[in-house]
Design a binder for this molecule. Structure first.
Ligand SMILES: *[C@@H]1O[C@H](CO)[C@@H](O)[C@H](O)[C@H]1NC(C)=O
Ligand SMILES: *[C@@H]1O[C@H](CO)[C@@H](O)[C@H](O)[C@H]1NC(C)=O
Ligand SMILES: *[C@@H]1O[C@H](CO)[C@@H](O)[C@H](O)[C@H]1NC(C)=O
Ligand SMILES: *[C@@H]1O[C@H](CO)[C@@H](O)[C@H](O)[C@H]1NC(C)=O
Ligand SMILES: *[C@@H]1O[C@H](CO)[C@@H](O)[C@H](O)[C@H]1NC(C)=O
Ligand SMILES: *[C@@H]1O[C@H](CO)[C@@H](O)[C@H](O)[C@H]1NC(C)=O
Length: 288
């Protein structure tokens, strides 16, 4: 109670003092002699200057506070920008652009700084029935999606960051899709498809003994004149559906069990082709 009263007293005193100061500053009495008026007004202007200074100071401190907030905000922005210098295009290999006279480059990645976060979205964005190449550069990562390159998406190039680093994986089976061919993780129906340094994988579990409908295709290639360089094909039964057309496979790795390469295409496999057969209890192994 006592402290409250004291506080109130001092507060009222301060208010009264402030008000009277202001009144005295603005109300210059005309009855006084000229000299004293001059002296008074000088004194007043001094007081005014002090008041001005106080207001300026508080204004300035407010300004500087604002400025520091803004600059902190600015700094934060700056920092954020500095932390992701990889948005610069320098990380991509553009060698294929001149090699294939590429007219459009699209980038795909899971960590941002790319045009798309899914391979299918990049394929959808590529021009249809194009006579010029579209290069789709796919960053390292496992892209869990089923990808279809429709017949009119001609002249696409997929460029991964190494077949151990860039992987497109899905897990359909003959059972889940109503047919072996439809189980493919990636299906290509367009002509002139080319892939470099990327893997195609079907992660469905390998067929157990006597299981029907568990075959699962990693890649189905049904477009004419396709080429695969340094690619990986991972699956168990029916890994690579070399369906129709003329295809070229160079320096590729193919993993599978039964019929792991099958289809009616006319294909050339060369250059340190490696393959790995997964054995299961009652599986017969078909060699190349
Ligand atoms: C390369 O592609 C451009 C279109 O992107 C085309 O105008 C040009 O004729 C092509 N050059 C060659 C040598 O094919
Ligand atoms: C892809 O990203 C690059 C770099 O950010 C940009 O210059 C280009 O316009 C983008 N292309 C498309 C089709 O979004
Ligand atoms: C390209 O093929 C897709 C899927 O078959 C179809 O929806 C689209 O209309 C076709 N575009 C052209 C230009 O024919
Ligand atoms: C594929 O895997 C998902 C889990 O990642 C599972 O829910 C789904 O049933 C699987 N599909 C098939 C056909 O096995
Ligand atoms: C593919 O990978 C090989 C081996 O790492 C490398 O020499 C080649 O430059 C790569 N090609 C492309 C187009 O990235
Ligand atoms: C596939 O479907 C058939 C018939 O519905 C069923 O007998 C078989 O067990 C299924 N196979 C697998 C691997 O689920």
């Amino acid at each position: 109670m006592r402290t409250k009263t004291t506080l109130f007293f001092w507060f009222s005193a301060f208010v009264i003092a402030l008000v009277s100061t202001i009144i005295s500053l603005h109300h210059i009495p005309s009855s006084l002699s000229s000299t004293s008026t001059i002296a008074k007004s000088a004194q007043n202007s001094f007081k005014l200057a002090i008041l001005d200074g106080v207001f300026k100071k508080s204004g300035e401190s407010l300004l500087s506070t604002l400025r520091s907030i803004v600059s902190r905000h600015h700094h934060h922005h700056h920092h954020r920008r500095r932390r992701s210098p990889k948005c610069a295009n320098t990380k991509w290999k553009f060698r294929l652009v001149s090699e294939y006279n590429v007219s459009l480059v699209l980038t795909v990645g899971l960590k941002g700084c790319t045009n798309f976060s899914s391979v299918q979205k990049a394929v959808d964005a590529a021009p249809e029935l194009s006579n010029y190449r579209t290069l789709i550069i796919i960053d390292s990562g496992t892209y869990r999606e089923k990808v279809t390159v429709a017949a009119n998406k001609t002249n696409l190039i997929f460029q991964g960051q190494g077949y151990l680093n860039t992987i497109i994986a899905w897990n359909d089976t003959a059972n889940s899709t109503g047919g072996t061919a439809r189980s493919s993780s990636v299906a290509i129906f367009a002509p002139y498809f080319t892939a470099y340094n990327i893997s195609f994988q079907n992660t469905a579990p390998p067929p157990g003994p006597g299981r029907i409908g568990a075959q699962a295709v990693a890649l189905r290639i049904a477009g004419d004149q396709a080429a695969f360089y340094g690619c990986g094909f991972y699956g168990a039964q029916d890994t690579l559906n070399d369906d129709r057309g003329r295809h070229y496979f160079s320096e590729c790795f193919i993993q599978g069990s039964i019929d792991f390469i099958f289809g009616k295409a006319k294909s050339l496999y060369e250059g340190r082709l490696r393959y790995e057969q997964i054995k299961h209890h009652d599986n017969e192994i078909w060699c190349l």
